[in-house]
Design a protein around this ligand. Structure first.
Ligand code: ADP
Length: 191
């Protein structure tokens, strides 16, 4: 099963995707994590990406697509994968569709975590205090919301039109949210 997970910053994508991965036993591709890893190793790609990430801007599509394509070539991805934080722009979504078509492995489901921005902001400021991620400061957070609205929200209609979108209310306890996700997944699970 191939699943895309979309959600504004702070919606709990990380927590919920860990649970979903455990539940389904499929692979995971988080472009945010891959980019943070690349940054930590100080590779040329990582250093370049950091210039965008640290300001809450999106890393250029070409760079992200190259990274994703490399991962898609790993054999375990054909068995199922959760794409977390990717695609994030319409250009990424279109290129991704083409790659999947070539591999004859269509997307089964797009989960959109939805929540009120004020609630998300307060969650993120809490996380910033606990984890100290470089892009979790008030200014960068505000910019990430704007980027989400402008560049990622159009994807929601794109996938709605394809008939594979499920909207998940992201407010509530992590257990409550996960129950909603599970229900959406079970409805679409290929048999
Ligand atoms: P969040 O969803 O909380 O913003 P992520 O870990 O998904 O966190 O992403 C962190 C940063 O990594 C983003 O702000 C962006 O700079 C970069 N990034 C992650 N995924 C992508 C992507 N698909 N396209 C472009 N940039 C990305």
């Amino acid at each position: 099963m191939l699943i895309v997970f979309i959600g504004p910053p702070g919606a709990g994508k990380g927590t919920q995707s860990r649970r979903l991965l455990e539940y389904l036993g499929i692979s995971h591709l988080s472009t945010g994590e891959l980019l943070r890893e690349a940054k930590a190793t100080g590779s040329p790609l990582g250093t370049l990406a950091a210039q965008y990430m640290d300001h809450g801007r999106l890393v250029p599509d070409s760079l992200v697509l190259e990274m994703v394509d490399e991962k898609l070539r790993e054999p375990q991805f054909a068995k199922g994968c959760l794409f977390d934080g990717f695609p994030r722009t319409l250009a990424q979504a279109r290129a991704f569709d083409e790659s999947l078509e070539k591999r004859s492995t269509p997307l089964n489901l797009v989960l959109e975590l939805r929540a009120d921005e004020e609630e998300l902001l307060s969650r993120m400021l809490k996380r910033a205090a606990q984890e100290g991620r470089a892009d979790d400061n008030p200014q960068t957070i505000a910019h990430r919301f704007e980027v989400f609205r402008q560049q990622t929200e159009p994807l929601i209609d794109y996938y709605r039109f394809k008939g594979i979108l499920a909207i998940i209310d992201a407010l509530g306890t992590p257990d409550e949210v996960f129950e909603r996700i599970k229900a959406a997944v079970e409805k679409r699970r290929p048999r």
